[in-house]
Ligand binder design. Structure first.
Ligand code: 1HN
Length: 377
């Protein structure tokens, strides 16, 4: 049997510095013995194990929507969607996460594309997911038999272990983004997956304007008394753009009238919540929409945990750590843990515009563990 060896990154080297022993032949021998026994002394490691604040492996990165859509469209021409591959989805791979299809250490983000008349087959998984639609319409997603219209600006949470399939009922292709907690569930080795029926009944491919969950749960401040009091994931399966837009516009209008309503001057924000408890829509994923008034700038914020943003509308500049990008509709970018983030909305040449940013992140995980911290400024 070959002796165990530690992978080279943890091969023990005598180093100089505070708290380090003098290099000597005896120390070398001791370190080789540690290696043979698969032991690592803390004094050589503590700086990496316990940095003074989070130092993310992920890097800030931006993907341009025009490239994402162009490549998804090419895949639409030559890659069929069906059982086995399951989804025509292209995942954003953060350049410093070892080639894995992970946008951040906890979050998966992708553009998904369906050609006219196409079906993405039914399955379910324990990972929590959502869809957000930056442009287009015509696809219905069927979640446990409830057919949900997908249109620009809508947010559709889909908690783990619910059956789902998608159907493009329109005569044009449609793209949208998916977010899932796949990296987190991989890291915690908690994944389950099951195939569903190969064909969804035609009757389930209904195209209602409003899905059953909206008809039951979609009224602010009103809950159906017959339903459970507390649900860990939201029972409301579609959050419509008209409501989100109105909520943001009113925050800015109230601010202009002198009433406190916004996060900071010119920066309105809403969080999508579970109507049974007011908490995040999904156990592992927080989702929000932010609106920055033309010419305004958000405060600089650092948070424990990572986020992915998609520009919903408008244009401006986003600054993530040492990177800054001019962004426009559809562009997606990553804000790693504890990296400072701010956004400034461009002043458009004509008409009053604002910068709308859809954001999703892993904050519920850290809040549940009492590990959340935020620093402003
Ligand atoms: C999935 O089921 C969807 O239902 C999207 O649209 C992305 C990525 C990995 C595994 C399952 C969807 C997915 C996924």
């Amino acid at each position: 049997m070959p002796a165990h060896t530690l992978p080279s990154p943890v091969r023990l080297l005598a180093t100089s510095g505070p708290g380090q022993p003098e290099a000597s032949p005896e120390l070398e021998q001791l370190y080789r013995s540690f290696e043979r026994e698969l032991l690592v002394p803390l004094w050589t490691e503590i700086g990496d194990l316990m940095p003074v604040h989070p130092k993310s492996k992920a890097t800030p990165h931006l993907w341009r929507w025009e490239n994402l859509v162009a490549l998804a469209g090419r895949a639409g021409q030559i890659v069929p969607v069906g059982r086995g591959g399951e989804r025509r989805a292209l995942a954003l791979a953060n350049p410093s996460l070892g080639g894995k299809p992970y946008a951040t250490p906890t979050l998966w983000a992708a553009i998904q594309y369906l050609m006219p008349g196409e079906d993405a087959p039914e399955h379910r998984h324990s990972q929590h997911a959502f869809r957000f639609i930056v442009e287009g319409e015509g696809v219905w997603t069927v979640v446990n038999g409830d057919s949900i219209r997908m249109s620009r600006g809508d947010f559709l949470p889909q908690s783990g272990w619910n059956w789902h399939s998608h159907h493009n009922a329109a005569s044009a292709p449609m793209a949208w983004i998916d977010g899932l907690d796949i990296p987190f569930s991989c890291y915690t080795e908690s994944q389950f997956f099951e195939f569903g029926r190969d064909q969804v009944a035609e009757a389930e491919k209904a195209k209602p304007e409003r899905c059953r969950s909206e008809r039951l749960w979609g009224y602010p401040g009103l809950r159906p008394v017959a339903q459970p009091e507390q649900l860990t994931a939201t029972p409301l399966l579609a959050y419509r753009w008209a409501n989100t837009d109105r909520a943001l516009a009113e925050q800015l209008a109230l601010e202009a009238e002198g009433h406190p309503a916004t996060l900071s001057p010119g920066h309105a924000a809403v969080r999508y919540t579970n109507p049974t408890n007011g908490r995040d829509v999904l156990p592992t994923i927080r989702a929000e929409m932010h609106r920055v008034r033309a010419g305004a700038q958000t405060e600089v914020r650092r948070e424990v945990g990572s986020s992915v943003y998609q520009v919903f509308d408008g244009s401006g500049t986003v600054t993530v750590g040492a990177r800054a990008w001019m962004v426009a509709r559809g562009d997606m970018f990553v804000v790693p843990s504890w990296v400072p983030f701010s956004a400034r909305a461009e002043v458009p040449a004509s008409a009053a515009g604002s910068l709308d940013l859809f954001r999703f992140g892993d904050a519920p995980i850290f809040e549940a563990l009492h590990a959340q911290r935020v620093r402003i400024g």
